[in-house]
Design a protein. Structure first.
Lengths: 233, 322
């Protein structure tokens, strides 16, 4: 089990995560949803060690988490210029004999012997996703995995996530597209103002969607009335 | 229009210089300043003694390579005047203090003249575009070790220039200076490949297997020397009596690799480009490949030590348990 205890992360004066405590279980795909700036990416960056926490603990099975236990698919993927896709995968599968790059590439059909600089956004995302699979680690974190990828690849990613789910793996993912989360997750937590306000089980996903719609309606209703009222006048 | 842009661009460059100084560190600057002062006095002495403007030529050649490696084309394109004017202005301003020093302190006018004319001519050359269609068919270089992926990428980027220099070096090996110049040029090219920072996931794959910084530096050293082995052989066959010059060049190239690799990981932040890398590289080139290298050496070694410590600490920050 991955447990986060009283995690506080700040950017300068701004507290992005506030005493956040939660748990993620093995064999589950756990979604995290929240508005822009809610702290999703900060949470993932802190788990992966990009960002240091001011306070709190992150434990995997009771021991302090090490970033080598995590495979992280970032929102925006960065690749070394002029590196070929195949080389990227070779580097990430160092010491793993069972990861056959060509076999895995049958899924996405990427031009692996071409510099990654020449890939489209979607192709880069797919390469990073394959790299994450090559790492084969117990915690898999995907920050907006469905962004910039075509419908077909979205479905492939969803099906692969189902396949890599195992009693030895915890999968966390965030998305702005609710449908992509509800289709694959066992639980979805709602993150707001740096806190996990509520976690929804699969049977309650309908409630979550209604709650989000209502929140957004409350946020913009007044402005929309003003704007459309003026147009009507 | 040009005149109104000058203060804006200069202001940006001054801010960049300030950030560079911050990156180097105040304590280190204070430590290195006396050594740099001695070095400068030495340069001025050479200038006063020699008739030939060798320092001016050296600075011009260096500036030429810095110009070829510039990465701010897209930024400059957004400024509503031709990039050429910016280059001319920047190089003139950058060379002005050095020129004035030579002029006022030792009454030398040849070196300032060479530098200023060189700066103007270089400003007229458009820097190479990087991601054009011509680069699509860059070589695979699978025979390079995967650990040295920076070299594969760097060679792909500049394969034409490096290949040309390499072949010319072999053809002109009968001149003593050729191989030494090739070592300097390719050390510069080799050091340039470390100006990008790889993702954390790649470092993780390599970091925990062996002592990271040591392995990285030795890999650079061996790859570089293996690549230049045919040049060394020819040099030793044709100019055996100057073997010690080659040895010095190889050691100095190694020090240069240490500087750029330690600098890279001292400033490691996932997914970031090292904006001041070219500046550090240029300063290191001046310090290491000048005839006054022995004067600069203590400063370079102190700098290396500080960089190594910073790199070590920075890598621990990103890779320690959390």
């Amino acid at each position: 089990m991955l447990s986060i205890e009283n995690l506080t992360v700040t950017y300068g004066e701004q507290e992005v995560l506030r005493q956040l405590s939660t748990r993620f279980e093995y064999n589950e795909i756990h979604g995290i949803v929240g508005m822009n700036g809610a702290g999703k990416t900060t949470l993932f960056n802190t788990l992966y060690g990009f960002k240091k926490a001011q306070n709190g603990r992150i434990l995997l099975d009771g021991a302090v988490l090490d970033s080598r236990q995590i495979a992280f698919l970032e929102t925006r993927n960065y690749f070394y210029p002029y590196l070929h896709g195949r080389e990227y995968l070779q580097l990430l599968s160092l010491g793993k004999q069972d990861f056959d790059i060509n076999e895995w590439n049958r899924l996405f059909d990427l031009p692996l012997d071409t510099p990654v600089d020449q890939y489209s956004t979607g192709m880069k995302k797919k390469l990073a996703f394959m790299g994450m699979l090559a790492l084969d680690r117990p915690i898999v974190i995907l920050d907006e995995p469905f962004n910039g990828v075509d419908v077909e690849s979205n479905e492939k990613i969803r099906q692969i996530l189902e396949r890599i789910r195992s009693p030895k793996r915890i999968i966390l993912l965030s998305s702005h597209i609710m449908g992509s989360l509800t289709g694959v997750c066992d639980r979805i937590s709602y993150l707001t103002k740096g806190e996990m306000s509520r976690t929804f089980l699969q049977k309650d996903f309908g409630q979550l969607e209604e709650m989000l719609q209502e929140l957004i309606r409350q946020q913009i209703e007044g402005t929309l009335d003003d704007l459309f009222g003026k147009i009507a006048v | 229009m040009v005149l109104s842009i000058i203060p804006v661009v200069l202001n940006i460059r001054v801010k960049q210089c300030y950030r560079l100084l911050k990156e180097i560190g105040l304590i280190l600057l204070v430590l290195v300043a006396p050594i740099a002062f001695v070095g400068l006095m030495g340069v001025l002495e050479v200038v006063a003694r020699n008739e030939f403007p060798e320092v001016g030529i050296y600075v011009t050649v260096l500036l030429f390579f810095v110009h070829l490696q510039r990465r701010d084309h897209n930024f400059l394109k957004q400024i509503p005047i031709r990039s050429m004017w910016i280059y001319l202005m920047e190089y003139s301003f950058a060379l002005l203090p050095v020129s004035l020093l030579f002029l006022l302190l030792v009454g030398d006018w040849k070196n300032p003249l060479v530098m200023q004319i060189g700066g103007l001519l270089i400003g007229l050359i458009p820097p190479a575009r990087r991601y054009g269609k011509n680069w699509l068919r860059s070589p695979r270089l699978n025979w390079f070790p995967l650990d040295a992926f920076e070299w594969r990428c760097g060679l792909r980027k500049n394969w034409f220039f490096i290949g040309l220099v390499y072949v010319l070096g072999l053809l002109l090996a009968k001149f003593v200076a050729t191989t030494l110049l090739i070592v300097i040029l390719l050390a510069y090219g080799g050091a340039s490949v470390y100006n990008q920072i790889e993702g954390k996931e790649i470092i993780e794959q390599l970091y925990f297997q062996k002592p990271f910084l040591r392995t990285k530096t030795w890999t650079a050293f061996w790859v570089f020397n293996a690549f230049l082995a045919p040049h060394y052989l020819l040099f030793l066959l044709l100019h055996t009596q100057y073997w010690y010059l080659l040895l010095v060049a190889i050691i100095v190239a190694f020090l240069l690799f240490c500087v750029v690799i330690f600098y890279k990981y001292a400033n490691f932040f996932p997914g970031r480009v090292l904006v001041n890398h070219q500046m550090i590289l240029a300063i290191s080139m001046v310090a290491l490949f000048s005839p006054l290298m022995p004067v600069f050496l203590p400063g370079i070694l102190i700098y290396l030590f500080v960089l190594w410590q910073r790199a070590h600490k920075n890598l621990q920050h990103y890779y320690a348990e959390h």
